[in-house]
Design a protein around this ligand. Structure first.
Ligand SMILES: NC(=O)c1ccc[n+]([C@@H]2O[C@H](COP(=O)([O-])OP(=O)(O)OC[C@H]3O[C@@H](n4cnc5c(N)ncnc54)[C@H](OP(=O)(O)O)[C@@H]3O)[C@@H](O)[C@H]2O)c1
Length: 297
């Protein structure tokens, strides 16, 4: 199929583009700059120039394709509400474009923010409702399009999608640790985060695009939960720093935006996803990737 991929130049997007091309799909990647365009071209994809805020360009990319994988995100940590607004607007623009066509839309979401006191499952409805909620409430908005003949699929990524070149939460923690001279964790560090290797994530996105029925929620989760203390201790070994406890409030104050997540327990199951899509994660674990030096820089 001809797939329009937004965020094609990003950490997950580059792996997804390579995975799709290797499986025989043709890919057109959204790029907002010449630098991003050359990354997309090097992967063997065509380029569609445009910005997330240019909804006309986003709609045109979606209209010309047989399916869409939507991974672009502003990730404006200093202004999360702007990232949320842009996410909601772009998901809506793509879903409206595909309405009535039965074409697939796989879009990025997350397993964080449920606060259930147990692992989140694929059957749990996102508590984020409306434009002011996390990720602009885009998952609930998009799911309504299942009844409007869009084969809509939410890819709820683990809090840490990891591999070489990861610049997500673990990389932010490593950067903060270098500045602080210690690797912090909240309280006793028993709170856990789910994780998945980038290669396993890319494979599941492709499987979802190819086969998932309308309204599917995929849990892109390889490890249900890794204790934050173990993450901090593994980083500490690599960075030559001590791993030390601090209060969740201090952590939130020390590391803007990301710090408050470091104190949260956010386990997630992918049992239903594994059964339905015959998906068995096989990449390195998060602690393997930390030990391999991917966060040393
Ligand atoms: N990585 C994780 O651990 C993780 C965990 C949970 C959820 N997710 C979600 O998965 C998705 C992909 O994440 P990622 O880690 O691959 O992100 P990333 O590496 O930061 O890539 C973001 C992508 O979005 C593009 N983008 C940013 N602002 C844009 C704009 N204004 N217009 C057009 N394109 C724009 C970037 O293009 P440029 O190359 O031009 O910057 C890049 O291709 C995101 O929705 C993210 O929130 C990721």
């Amino acid at each position: 199929m001809h797939v329009f991929v937004t965020g094609a130049s990003g950490f997950i997007g580059t792996a997804v583009v390579s995975e799709l091309i290797a499986a025989g799909h043709a890919v057109t990647g959204l790029a907002r700059s010449e630098d991003s365009a050359s990354i997309v071209k090097r992967l063997g994809a065509s380029v569609h120039l445009g910005d997330l805020d240019d909804l006309g360009a986003i709609r045109a990319g979606a209209a010309a394709a047989d399916g869409v994988v939507h991974l672009a995100n502003k990730h404006d940590w200093a202004n999360p509400s702007e990232s949320n607004r842009a996410e909601r607007a772009s998901v809506e623009a793509i879903a409206e474009t595909l309405a009535g066509s039965r074409r697939p839309l796989v879009f990025a979401s997350g397993v964080a923010g449920f606060s259930l006191g147990r692992p989140v499952t694929e059957n749990d409805t996102s508590p984020a409702i409306g434009p002011d909620s996390a990720r602009g409430g885009a998952e609930n908005l998009a799911m309504d399009y299942a009844s409007r003949d869009v084969r809509v699929v939410s890819a709820r990524f683990a809090a840490s999608v990891h591999d070489k070149d990861d610049h997500g939460f673990i990389a932010v923690l490593a950067d903060a640790a270098r500045k602080m001279g210690r690797v912090p964790y909240a309280g006793d560090g028993a709170n856990q985060w789910p994780a998945v290797h980038r290669s396993d994530a890319a494979r599941l996105v492709r499987l979802g695009l190819e086969d998932a029925p309308a309204g599917t929620i995929l849990h892109v989760v390889g490890e249900e939960g890794v204790p934050l203390r173990e993450i901090a201790e593994a980083l500490a070994v690599r960075l030559g720093l001590p791993a030390t406890s601090m209060s969740a409030d201090d952590l939130a104050a020390k590391i803007p935006f990301v710090g408050r997540f470091l104190g949260v327990d956010a386990t997630a199951s992918s049992q239903l996803t594994r059964q339905r899509f015959d998906w068995t994660p096989s990449g390195p674990t998060l602690l393997d990737d930390i030990a391999a030096g991917h966060y040393d820089r």
